[in-house]
Design a protein around this ligand. Structure first.
Ligand code: UDP
Ligand code: MG
Length: 324
């Protein structure tokens, strides 16, 4: 079966020991019910808890359909998925979070959408079970991102998605360091679609994303896919210099007509602080792009794989699975 599975399910795992047993208990029956050759590819993203041990156990239970990539550090969810994409063998690839927020039972619906000829199936969470502030913040960012990058994703946060092999090849040929896989996939897709899927509260454990990392992620989403923000600041700078030029003319005429005056000092402060704020933000934004270039030219490996647990193709004939 492991020779050429039709479906690969790629699951990044980072400190998920509390929920893994439940995940296995639902994922494997759901996939078995599809009646197609499949493989589950777990990527342990340098978990500091017992996740790696649990994955190893599960691999020993179902070596025919399970493979585990072990990172030797924490390289982030999207790098974990990237490693999964580089190693998966299926014609269709589904990504899923390990926390059971998206039901594995919905994978069948994703495949049905692919049967209708779509090469990329995005998802929209039917009801979203997250904290309210995350709900609103992500809607706002979603809209901004859509305007800037022209990538249309109704719900950018949902990771239960399906990709055709051709898109996987395109994604793995990208050498970007900080990327957002669903958005990258969208840019390569010729016939994308979206379907709604279920969303539940985290089964166990806690979210790995802090407010800070969510902000980082959104910066990556915008700066990784568009230079419009940079162009916006050159336009803004143009507008502001035009305005301040007119202001100089106005003050000069006033000086000639009204004579010397020293009022309006605090208005001037307000305007100055506002402009300094814009200036700092634009320098920071410039830094975002410079940082990206810096990371890219360093050209370090994006992730390091400690080992891969997988059965030799002959394992189906009864031999012991080998670990390499
Ligand atoms: N994850 C990962 N590496 C990280 C952070 C998260 O592999 O550095 C995995 C995590 O185990 C989970 C998925 O990415 O399977 C999504 O993480 P989480 O559920 O914490 O994100 P949220 O649903 O809160 O956005
Ligand atoms: Mg989650």
């Amino acid at each position: 079966m492991i020779g050429a599975p039709i479906l690969s399910v790629v699951i990044p795992v980072y400190n998920e020991e509390a929920g893994l047993a439940q995940l296995f208990a639902r994922l494997y029956p759901a996939l078995d019910a599809l009646n197609i050759p499949y493989e589950c590819l777990f990527i342990n993203d340098g978990s500091r808890d017992r996740s790696a041990a649990l994955l190893r156990e599960q691999f020993q239970k179902r070596p025919d359909v399970t493979r585990v990539i072990l990172f030797n550090g924490n390289f982030g969810q999207h790098m974990a998925i990237m490693a999964g994409f580089e190693h998966c063998r299926g014609q269709r690839v589904v990504t899923l979070d390990a926390d059971l927020q998206n039901p594995p039972e919905d994978i069948g619906n994703l495949l049905a959408a692919m049967d209708r000829g779509h090469d990329y199936v995005g998802t929209i969470r039917r009801t979203r079970e997250d904290r309210a502030w995350r709900h609103w913040a992500s809607r706002l960012m979603n809209r901004l991102r859509e305007k800037v990058t022209h990538i249309r994703m109704t719900d950018q946060g949902c990771m239960l998605r399906a990709y055709d092999q051709t898109i996987i090849h395109a994604i793995t040929s990208c050498r970007e360091v900080n990327t957002y896989i669903p958005a990258l996939a969208y840019t390569f897709s010729s016939h994308p679609t979206e379907i709604t899927v279920g969303h539940e509260e985290r089964a166990a454990g806690e979210s790995k994303y802090s407010l800070y990392s969510l902000i980082r992620l959104n910066f990556d989403l915008i700066t990784g896919f568009s230079i419009l923000p940079l162009q916006f600041f050159s336009l803004l700078g143009m507008g502001l210099s035009l305005l301040s030029g007119l202001f100089v003319v106005f003050l000069f005429l006033r000086r000639l007509i009204v004579g010397p005056e020293a009022e309006g000092l605090f208005t001037l402060f307000a305007i100055t602080f506002f402009l300094i704020g814009i200036l700092l933000f634009s320098i920071g934004l410039l830094g975002e792009y410079v940082g990206r270039i810096y990371q890219q030219v360093r050209d370090r490996p994006r992730f390091l794989i400690q080992g891969i647990l997988e059965a030799e193709p002959s394992a189906t004939s009864g031999e012991d699975p080998l670990v390499r």
